[in-house]
Design a binder for this molecule. Sequence first.
Ligand SMILES: *[C@@H]1O[C@H](CO)[C@@H](O)[C@H](O)[C@H]1NC(C)=O
Length: 370
Amino acid sequence: AMAALPLVLWALTAASVLAEPAVYLREQFEDGDAWTRRWVESKHKSDYGKFVLTAGKFYGDVEKDKGLQTSQDARFYAVSSRFDDFSNKGRALVVQFTVKHEQEIDCGGGYVKLFPSDLNQEDMHGDSTYNIMFGPDICGPGTKKVHVIFNYKGKNHLINKDIRCKDDEFSHLYTLIVNPDNSYEVKIDNKKVESGSLEDDWDFLPPRRIKDPEAKKPEDWDDREKVPDPEDKKPEDWDKPEVIPDPDAKKPEDWDEEMDGEWEAPMVTNPDYKGEWKPREMDNPAYKGKWVHPEIDNPEYTPDAQIYKYDSIGVIGLDLWQVKSGTIFDNFLITDDPKLAEEVGNETWGKTKLLTRALRCPQDAEKKMK
Ligand SMILES: *[C@@H]1O[C@H](CO)[C@@H](O)[C@H](O)[C@H]1NC(C)=O
């Protein structure tokens, strides 16, 4: 028993170490200018917009709410930050951050991209290969959506569902959870807004079943539910002209046949006209029902239990276009633990959001008084 105890302790410790959540990146911009050493500006173009560190025009906490803000209108932006390369194989992947469009955005991206670690950060640009693109995108009243794009076997696939993003001026928390059972969840402000299976909600794989190309509707297949009743005959007195000379019209007294030609009564609608005759419909005795094209298993379909999996995730980037600048990005978190992400969301975004709203009002009032 004496010898067994340390073993039990060791096993317990090992289990708790395994259960420890992995945090691949946590960036809250709380150490002044130090972020400039962690974030690399791309030099792919010479005129990228500048990010500045600020809590913005209004905030709940001037230090904690500091984040990266786009500072120039009508610019592309491209910065990225590296962390230890990892694979999400066999575990959850959680990507979370806050976006505050305090400029009342008209058109601009608010999303992040996760890149494989072989990304050349100095050359990052719109066409750089990424694993996942996630977050809000706004352009006019028509586009207000949350992108969830996955690179699968070299091709980017957009989600088939419509997820609406927030378009107000306050900070919002965006969370993407990708599970090793190929399920996913999208949360905004720590509330689920969409979830499902990767296979169903993206077109990564061809369909499981397809219409049998060999099957054809038999030529004699009668799918007419109703047919004209052959017993029904047109009544003999049915056909009448549509218009007739007005029976009430009279030739004017001063009509001069030599001068005016032969008098003819004006035409009027015939009250006895019944329109075109159609036989009544009856149930088709030969009706076989609607023909259903038989389906077969799609020979092109191969299941993939690891759609969710990326071998290398090592860089997070902001690669954006913004017409009206002013968006603040903050509280980046990449982890394998959805619960931890929720907690961190509560502690960061959750803590200052009410204060922000409360403090926003007096500032509005002050502006009005001036
Ligand atoms: C986060 O906050 C919400 C609302 O207060 C609460 O219901 C939830 O349990 C919190 N989550 C965690 C993981 O602490």
